[in-house]
Write a protein that binds this ligand. Structure first.
Ligand code: BGC
Length: 526
């Protein structure tokens, strides 16, 4: 199987320790960081389709929509640079903030980064909720973005370090779960605030972002820092005690020793950013760059940001549009559960590959539907019910595919493959690339819709095809391998081996990690 090699970690390590209630609760609390990111993703689309909001801040777009300027061409109806800048500016701020967050996360710990993330987001929510002009909107967005940058930089790393290796996939995916809960909550809030008669609905939508921020701040203040981070900052005794508590066993010597060794290696490195560029870290660098790039090029955020606008574009009325985006929000959230229950059993590759195929098929169906109905000139005539139903079902199946593959895995895999010495820097690359392309999609989507017309979805499907091949060929399975043992997986992979192995070193055993554990048990029984 190309790239599907699973390997025996050196020394066949299987640290003792169980999934304790403490770790479980800790991970749920930390994952709340996803709420702020999700809330923002879900809120902007609805707010930018509210007439009162447009009238106040973007009167040009409002006039164009109300007076139906642009004729019957639906593809170009909502195209406005200033409006897209409102959505996308946040991601630029997040991109810059994640680089600073890397330094804070490494030197002051994961917890501080998380508290900072929540606090910056809170300031942004307040400024936006009180906004009286465009400038206040943009300043608010900048604070929100910094909050997201700090949270997304630290939370996935925190979760991967806290979790016992056998449950790392599921626990890390709580982050994606709370992103989707945030999106859904925002969709619901928009649904109700858009009906408010006083014209201030948008203010509530934007201001209520303070709620997930406060939840996240309080949660983070109560959390302990990870043993890895404590060791990294020289607090050895405290780290060992913490490890005992979170693993629920007395003997944590082997894991502790590995963490200390990783930290010694890490201390030798003065410039983690430069180090990440060295040959030895080529596989990690490739994955922390391409996974977020591809995650955004699935086109998922077209639906998340612009679902109401998109549904309006393809001919749904105002109410039906908000309702349809609510439905996709529910599907997104529910489908993430599938990945939580399967990722540590079937592995990352199976989910990546299945999700890719599913998204590809749906994109082809959506393209055909929109193409047949709207053609090149974007004038659909009368829209029948069957058409609306097929499009909504295809979009839901597509969203489900993303929600159990590229969505959660886009955050899990980069956070688990990075060795300690380059973990914070690598995670920043992951967040930055994610934000650049989230920005890109938010910025150019309406323009692309206008230019590519129904071919827009062909554009994304080509990427989905490419990314599925990329995973099939290059990503080794990371399921069930302790995070500090991860270096071994590259040594056994035909494409990566030459980058990470000294010429004289023998390749590690090419066999399943679980298999080696079974073998150990059998040997004991004999
Ligand atoms: C992605 C977001 C996306 C969300 C949808 C996340 O993993 O990073 O860009 O909007 O999933 O659920």
């Amino acid at each position: 199987m190309a790239g599907g090699i699973v390997i025996a970690a050196s020394g066949n390590k299987g640290y003792p320790g169980k999934l304790t209630g403490k770790v479980f609760i800790t991970c749920i609390v930390a994952a709340m960081g996803g709420l702020i990111f999700g809330y923002d993703i879900g809120i902007s689309g609805g707010v930018t389709s509210m007439p009162q909001f447009l009238k106040k801040f973007f009167p040009d777009v409002y006039r164009k929509e109300e007076l139906n300027i642009g004729g019957t061409n639906q593809y170009c109806k909502f195209n406005s640079q200033t409006l897209t800048m409102f959505t996308s500016s946040l991601y630029l701020a997040a991109l810059v903030a994640s680089c600073f967050a890397s330094i804070v996360t490494r030197t002051c710990g994961r917890k501080i980064s998380m508290v900072l993330g929540g606090s910056l987001f809170l300031v942004g929510a307040i400024v936006n909720g009180l906004a009286t002009n465009r400038l206040m909107l943009y300043i608010g967005r900048a604070f929100l973005g910094c909050g997201v940058g700090f949270a997304n930089q630290s939370v996935p790393v925190y979760l991967s370090e806290m979790a016992p290796y056998k449950y790392r996939g599921a626990l890390n995916m709580f982050f994606q779960m709370s992103i989707t809960i945030g999106i859904l909550a925002a969709n619901l809030i928009n649904y109700f605030t858009s009906k408010m008669k006083n014209g201030n609905g948008w203010r509530y939508s934007l201001g209520l972002a303070a709620v997930p921020a406060i939840i996240f701040i309080i949660g983070s203040l109560c959390l302990p820092d990870t043993p890895n981070s404590l060791i990294e900052r020289g607090k050895q005794e405290e780290a060992k005690e913490r490890l005992r508590k979170i693993r629920g066993v007395e003997n944590v010597d082997e894991e502790f020793e590995d963490l200390v060794n990783a930290s010694i290696e890490s201390k030798k490195i003065k410039h983690p950013w430069a180090k990440l560029l060295s040959r030895k870290y080529r596989p990690q660098l490739i994955f922390v760059t391409f996974i977020p790039f591809f995650q955004q090029l699935t086109g998922m955020n077209v639906f998340m940001f612009y679902a109401p606008v998109l549904f309006k574009t393809i001919g749904f009325g105002n109410k039906a549009s908000l309702m349809s985006s609510l439905i996709t929000g529910i599907v997104n959230c529910a489908s993430t559960l599938v990945s939580i229950f399967t990722v540590d059993r079937f592995g990352r590759r199976v989910l990546f590959l299945e999700g890719g195929v599913q998204m590809f098929i749906c994109q082809v169906i959506i393209t055909i539907c929109i193409g047949l109905k709207f053609g090149i000139n974007g004038n659909p005539g009368v829209l029948e019910n069957w058409y609306a139903l097929v499009v909504v079902i295809a979009i839901c199946v597509y969203v489900a595919g993303f929600a159990w593959s590229w969505g959660p895995l886009g955050w899990l895999v980069p956070s688990e493959i990075l060795p300690l010495e380059v973990r914070s820097a690598g995670q920043s690359v992951n967040v930055s690339v994610n934000m650049i392309f989230t920005f890109f999609i938010a910025e150019v989507y309406l323009e692309m819709m206008c230019v590519f017309k129904f071919g827009l979805f062909i554009f994304f499907s080509v990427f989905v095809f490419g990314m599925t091949i990329f995973i099939y060929k290059l990503l080794p399975e990371t399921k069930g391998i302790p995070i500090e043992e991860m270096a071994e997986i590259w040594k056994a992979h035909p494409c990566w081996r030459r980058y990470v192995v000294d010429r004289n070193e023998k390749p590690p055993n090419v066999m399943s990690y679980e298999m080696t554990e079974e073998v150990k048990i059998e040997t004991k029984e004999v």
